[in-house]
Design a protein around this ligand. Structure first.
Ligand SMILES: C[S@@+](CC[C@H](N)C(=O)[O-])C[C@H]1O[C@@H](n2cnc3c(N)ncnc32)[C@H](O)[C@@H]1O
Length: 265
């Protein structure tokens, strides 16, 4: 029973505690029982999840969508699978599996998933990196992270409450970074991508994607409707920085979204 209980609480491994940084100064954090402290601030856990959000006051589109995501979190997945299928015709579950397959993950990798939402990719990520890989997931919505806790109790995901544009990790920490579905509407997509690259090791996998019609997308009526419903579709794809190589830009979800997979120089 005790072992069972230990398993379902978010446990931070020594490795993760070592790479955690203050998102403001990037200096190491000192662990004091339940808190993590930097020179400038004490960071606390809520619901067993460490909150390392910077800046303290969320603003702009980050703030607007954070409120919406917190409210929608319990319904997000079913809405995507059922309403998404009705509106777009896309089988989201098939699409998710394809996205994770495109990453080319290997057993034992240390991976950071940024913006997992309710954790819809985590089962596939864990399958790819195996039991001994490290899976860390960071999201700005505590509501979404609570859903990850409920949904993926036994997947051993280390959850962090933080901001993609100020990642609380040391440089070159992860073998792979995966982000899908938030970057178009972040306050500063380009800053987020430079953070994704900073925390990934040399030659590690850096991958991000979001809504974006492929040039071959044929369903004009659906396109118009989706542009009305989701402002993310109207956003240009962020530029791919020249600090990555071996860049593959994939069309996913049947031409409704893109996924960049690259390696850090
Ligand atoms: C549309 S959901 C995508 C969820 C999942 N990755 C998927 O593709 O189904 C967008 C996610 O981005 C997160 N998010 C939004 N702004 C963020 C930020 N600045 N930093 C980290 N996560 C953010 C939201 O909380 C939400 O969980």
């Amino acid at each position: 029973m005790l072992i069972q209980l230990l398993k379902v609480i978010t446990m931070y491994t020594n490795w993760l505690s070592d790479i955690l940084r203050c998102p403001e100064t990037l200096k190491p954090l000192k662990i004091k029982r339940e808190t993590y402290e930097s020179d400038v601030k004490v960071y606390h856990k809520t619901n067993g999840i460490l909150s390392v959000v910077f800046p303290d006051q969320i603003e702009g589109t980050d703030k607007r969508y954070n409120n919406i995501y917190n409210i929608l979190a319990p319904l997000y997945d079913i809405n995507e699978r059922v309403m998404g299928k009705l509106l777009t015709g896309v089988d989201m579950v098939k699409g998710r599996k394809q996205i994770v397959w495109l990453l080319g993950l290997k057993p034992d990798m240390k991976i950071l998933e940024v913006s997992p939402g309710p954790g819809v990719f985590q089962k596939y990520l864990r399958e790819n990196i195996g039991e001994s890989g490290e899976l860390v997931a960071l999201d700005l919505s505590m509501g979404m992270l609570r859903q990850c806790q409920k949904r993926n109790k036994y997947l051993n995901v280390q959850l962090i409450h933080g901001n993609a544009q100020f990642l609380p990790f040391a440089d070159n920490s992860f073998d792979a970074l995966f982000h899908f579905g938030g970057v178009n509407l972040f306050n500063d997509p380009q800053k987020a991508i430079s953070e994704f690259i900073r925390v990934t090791r040399k030659d590690g996998i850096v991958s991000w994607g979001d809504e974006g019609f492929s040039d071959n997308y044929k369903h004009e009526r659906r396109k118009k409707m989706m542009l009305k419903i989701n402002p993310g579709f109207a956003k240009p794809r962020p530029a791919v920085p020249d600090s990555v190589y071996d860049i593959k830009e994939n069309e996913v979800y049947e031409g409704l979204a893109y996924l960049v997979v690259a390696r850090k120089k």
